[in-house]
Design a protein around this ligand. Structure first.
Ligand code: DGL
Length: 278
């Protein structure tokens, strides 16, 4: 039997925060990392257009890579398109990434929680429903950041980020009310954990930054069929690859992926993105 990979998907480098946890839990699995860099940033897309863009793209991705499971390591995509992907491709198990509102509501002491996400995720009905269902007794502030995902991309490629810009993006998360303060910030975009140290440094007071990457990796592991011992120790596991939908990653992006042990796929995945970005 051939070795079917785990496909990890995001609009850019954010899904690497999930990939690194997945690799810890599944060292014997082969991974295909897909960065839809042609569509980045997802936070700016209109909903209908983004949804059909991702569903169309997956037809080709599933045909080409035949993954055992697909991890949508992107809140902006998952809160919109998970149900449509499952309906369109019922033979593939999909694991999504959605804002960790339930654990935040369970853990907060002050009752003030902020959800830091892309403008797209903040707008979603899915996100509002999570709050209604799990956090009705908690004060939740939704903070839609225009620039953080791009700042994280630049930081990962160039190794530099403007701390004042990070500070400005996170500052609406910090709420003081009746002598209480926000004590949890949900990182509801997979790009953000890469900036966690800068966020800690520029935050007005310490909070817990909730990163769901490990739980997503655990969920993915729970859905995979256990491997046979023979397969686990076979040398046949191919190299992990990175796929860029633009087909034209720059040198910095290539270096970054290689640093994660991912080898750029030679051939681009064809994708028409001539529509949808408002
Ligand atoms: N990494 C993505 C997320 O988790 C979004 C980044 C973007 O494309 O705007 O939401």
């Amino acid at each position: 039997m051939t070795d079917r990979p785990v496909l990890v998907f995001d609009s850019g480098v954010g899904g690497l925060t999930v990939l690194r946890e997945a690799r810890v839990l599944m060292p014997d699995r082969r991974f295909v990392y897909v960065a839809d860099d042609a569509g980045f940033p997802y936070g700016a897309w209109a909903e209908e257009a983004l949804s059909s863009h991702i569903v169309t793209l997956f037809r080709e991705l599933l045909e080409k890579y035949d993954p055992e499971i697909a991890v949508i390591a992107c809140n902006t995509a998952s809160t919109l398109v998970l149900a449509a992907l499952r309906a369109a491709y019922p033979d593939t198990p999909f694991v999504g990434t959605v804002p960790a509102i339930k654990p935040a509501a369970e853990r907060t002491h002050s009752g003030l929680v902020s959800v830091l996400a892309t403008p797209g995720t903040v707008r979603r009905q899915y996100t509002r429903d999570l709050i209604d269902e799990w956090a009705s007794k908690v004060h939740v502030r939704l903070v839609g950041s225009e620039n953080l995902a791009a700042l994280a991309e630049a930081y990962m490629r160039d190794g530099f980020v403007d701390e004042e810009a990070v500070k400005a993006e996170i500052s609406p998360c910090f709420v003081e009310m009746d002598g209480r303060r926000t004590d949890i910030v949900v990182l509801a975009c997979t790009h953000y954990p890469f900036l966690a140290n800068r966020m800690r440094k520029t935050a007005p007071w310490p909070v817990d930054w909730l990163d769901p990457a490990e739980s997503i990796a655990r969920r993915a592991l729970s859905l995979l069929r256990p491997r046979r011992r023979r397969d686990m120790f076979a040398n046949s596991v191919g190299a992990d690859i990175a796929v860029f939908t633009s087909g034209a990653p720059d040198n910095a992006a290539r270096r970054l992926m290689q640093g994660f042990g991912l080898y750029p796929e030679k051939q681009a995945v064809s994708v028409d993105i001539g529509y949808g970005i408002p």
